[in-house]
Write a protein that binds this ligand. Structure first.
Ligand code: ADP
Ligand code: MG
Length: 261
């Protein structure tokens, strides 16, 4: 199995299950899902509330472990990673954004965005310049000292994107990233995510329940129901765009951290 380079396998799940035992009842949140996602793809994960979208995303993020089956990301079988290796995986391989932004209220934007670099033990001056550049890329240079509460929802989501991308992850996982935003602001966030997908060849797996957003931005739509994959369709134009971008800019994904895209 090819594990790096454009078009190689980014995510594979093999009959993955996450069942929760709730007293007498067994909740089959994820119930035997097998998918392959290639590097550089932009994939939307759709389904009704409770269909298992977040549970599946959390398994790919390494935030949770499967009851059975395997999750393999860029050749790493997450099931066999130690806690320490899993923490490293979360730090370097994946970036994550959520509906509720999850910024730390007491910290400035600059401090919030720097946080993953502190965990990665990058020294202070490099941290600061990388965080500034990341905030610049999402259009927030003028807000470095603001606290999350002093920003609009769209600005907070842009800051959380800057934080998710600071370590140049290969994979961006987004759980309803526009769920708390009005449609115009949501579109701005989607445009930003698309620009990172295309310029960095970063794989995107995005949960949404907005069919229209999925159709506009994703090259492929996976539909879940009751923890099962019930549909897997590629959307027309987005796919060919992806292929063009991947072949014309094959080195972008391996640009050293800190260089502007
Ligand atoms: P979605 O993101 O598609 O709305 P979730 O993945 O959050 O769905 O949830 C799928 C199912 O699993 C739901 O029935 C939910 O109640 C259940 N579930 C999710 N997390 C837990 C948990 N930690 N404990 C028990 N049940 C859970
Ligand atoms: Mg959810």
């Amino acid at each position: 199995m090819e594990i790096s380079g454009p078009g190689s396998l980014a995510v594979r799940t093999e009959n993955v299950c996450r069942h929760y035992q709730m007293g007498e009842a067994l909740v089959r949140a994820v119930d035997g899902i097998s998918i392959d996602i290639r590097a550089g793809e932009f994939v939307a994960l759709l389904g009704a509330s409770g269909s298992g979208k977040s549970s599946l995303l959390n398994l790919v993020a390494g935030l949770d472990r499967p009851t059975s089956g395997a999750v393999i990301v860029h050749g790493n079988n997450l099931a066999v990673l130690s806690r320490e290796q899993l923490a490293k995986y979360r730090l370097h391989t994946v970036g994550m954004v959520f509906q509720s932004f999850n910024l730390i209220p007491s910290m400035s934007l600059l401090e919030n965005v720097e946080l993953p670099l502190r965990f990665a033990e990058i020294d202070r001056s490099e941290r600061s310049s990388l965080a500034r550049r990341s905030l610049e890329r999402v259009g927030l240079s003028g807000r470095l000292a603001h606290r999350p509460m002093e920003l609009s929802g769209g600005e907070q989501q842009r800051a959380s994107l800057a934080r998710a991308l600071i370590n140049r992850p290969k994979l961006l996982l987004a759980d309803e990233p526009t769920g708390n935003l009005d449609s115009r602001t949501g579109t701005e966030i989607m445009e930003l995510i698309r620009s990172f997908n295309q310029s960095l060849n970063m794989t995107v797996l995005m949960v949404t329940h907005e069919q229209a957003l999925a159709e506009k931005y994703a090259g492929r739509m996976l539909q879940l129901a009751d923890g099962k994959l019930i549909d897997d369709v590629s959307s027309r134009d987005a796919r060919t765009d992806d292929a063009t971008n991947m072949s014309s800019e094959p080195m972008k994904a391996s640009t050293p951290r800190g260089e502007a895209p």
